[in-house]
Design a protein around this ligand. Structure first.
Ligand code: CA
Length: 224
């Protein structure tokens, strides 16, 4: 899953980037509203962490613009929005949620709570609030960052985990390399490398025969 962190406090932004990446997310950071607009119109995000107070604008306006379709965003996935703010007033909370935010977290917060909220938001349209995905004999537990195949634990590299998680949210659907690159890698990924193909290849070997199908010219499909 790919996240955009919009946060102008450098230390916090870097801490979030490192903490989220360690938990298997692809993360880009924007230090203000203008940079956030730039990222949102180029990259396809699953979720945005949005600070309310930005040096060149505010998170409410950015969220409203996103929800009103004023931004020309790629892809057709709805970007989940989790607002971050130091202000915990009821007005701000109501304003944020009315403005199209999906959830709200008051600073300071613990990374563990942020991770739980993110998982809940990313699961909302798949299988409710559970952090576990099941497709056939594969069970992926996002909270524990663990995968089992026919009940046996499977050791995956972070990007293999990311690819599998993305495919498991869309079982039976063809997912293109570009889509995987968008959702599992960050902006530093080179789109011209074979990185997606190589990662899918190693993941396929670990899962064993026949679970990930290559649809020539279109992408990959996880069979359910
Ligand atoms: Ca701020």
């Amino acid at each position: 899953m790919r996240l955009l962190v919009v946060e102008d406090e450098e230390d916090l932004a870097e801490g979030l980037r490192v903490g989220l990446a360690r938990n298997g997310y692809a993360v880009d950071v924007a230090a203000g509203a203008t940079q956030a607009y730039d990222h949102l119109t180029v990259n396809e995000y699953d979720l945005m962490l949005l600070d309310v107070n930005l040096p060149d604008g505010d998170g409410f306006t950015l969220c409203r613009a996103l929800r009103d379709g004023e931004l020309d965003t790629p892809g057709d996935t709805d970007v989940r929005v989790l607002m971050l703010t130091a202000r915990g007033g009821l007005d701000d909370r109501v304003r944020g949620l009315d403005g199209g935010a999906d959830d709200y977290l008051v600073k300071p917060f613990h990374l563990a709570e942020l991770l739980a909220r993110i998982r809940a938001l990313l699961r909302r349209d798949t299988n409710g609030s559970t952090a576990t995905l099941t497709v056939g004999d594969i069970v992926l537990d996002a909270a524990r960052h663990a995968v089992t195949l026919r009940g046996e634990p499977l050791t995956l590299a972070p990007k293999e985990f990311g690819v599998l998680e993305y495919l498991m949210t869309r079982p039976g659907h063809v997912v293109s390399s570009e889509e995987l690159l968008e959702h599992v890698w960050d902006a530093n990924a080179d789109p011209f490398t074979q990185t997606v193909r190589v990662t899918v290849g190693t993941l396929r070997r670990k899962l064993g025969d026949g679970l990930i199908e290559t649809v020539v010219g279109r992408g990959y499909r996880l069979l359910s």
